[in-house]
Design a protein around this ligand. Sequence first.
Ligand SMILES: *Cc1c(COP(=O)(O)O)cnc(C)c1O
Length: 367
Amino acid sequence: MPRPIHAFIHLDALTHNLARARRAASGAKVWAVVKANAYGHGLARVFSALRSADGFALLDLAEAETLRTLGWGGPILLLEGCFGADDLARCERLNLWHTVHDAAQINWLAARSKPRAHRVFAKLNTGMNRLGFAPEQYRAAWQRLAQLPAVGDVGHMTHFAHADVEGGDARARALFEQTVDGLPGERSLCNSAALLRHGEGATALGDWMRPGIMLYGGSPTGLQPDARAWGLRPAMSLCTRIIGVQQLPAGAVVGYGETFRTERAMRVGVAAVGYADGYPRHAPSGTPIVVDGVRTRIVGRVSMDMVGVDLDPVRAAGRAGDVGSPVLCWGRHGGAELPVDEVAEAAGTLGYELMCALAPRVPVQVA
Ligand SMILES: *Cc1c(COP(=O)(O)O)cnc(C)c1O
């Protein structure tokens, strides 16, 4: 029997969440963001569920190539643009849209000769200070791009640093409006957080939305109640089983480093999941986990392949809590649900990181 861990990717949830994004976008076009192998879900796995998007946004030429191989003929956007002059020939061959955020990328485009072969978004830095032209350089960069023979339409893009906080992107929005004022070209501003926060008003915020995390049912704020409140469904579940049980007296320790000591006699199960599967090593004792449909907690330090779980609540609920009992680390399974954001919060990170960290050794089933 193979090790009993597996992940499920729920296509119905992806389809539901994309519809949710569409509703929020109220008529604007939607780039389904599928970078990082579709946030750990697998690009080829999510493709069929997300193919009603208007386009796909990602980072790697190899991932763009995969989408073309899967039969996607529509728009694909490279969110970080090209990494070298050589990439441009491949962009032409694969007919990719790309972001231009630096003068070096304009110089590479200036050396291309195929007329109007490149559709691009110029990127404005509205204060995040990651990628993008400074506001005082933006219009000159945009004009230079628009005049290049190899460049077709030139849109406008920015990325918010504070979209997950109410009103946090107001200054960035104003700066964007003021900087691109009067220039033609499509606009793209909103990630999941901005799209969900602005709701019906989002169309005022551009022609193309860029939802990522919401498609996978994660919360862009990192706050556990938000994903549910926004009507999102988890697209990934990580499931395993109990492979060992220890009946311990009071004062016993569990796991490496003696970080957990039993206060009374208790029954501890060992679940076959560890940090080599993508379960966060920093999850402390008390992090929620579901055994036999009953919510309980992990105990002791997460090791590479295993973690301890408190079986007393499981027994108290009249369930077996024995070797072979099913364990839900996050997601949904058999009527139980545990939001990935809740586990992430306990471990001091975000659902984004847990999903992206799902390890290659975990077998994945599409459900
Ligand atoms: C990742 C990314 C997104 C999607 O962000 P979410 O928070 O996952 O919705 C949008 N735009 C850019 C530029 C990105 O890099």
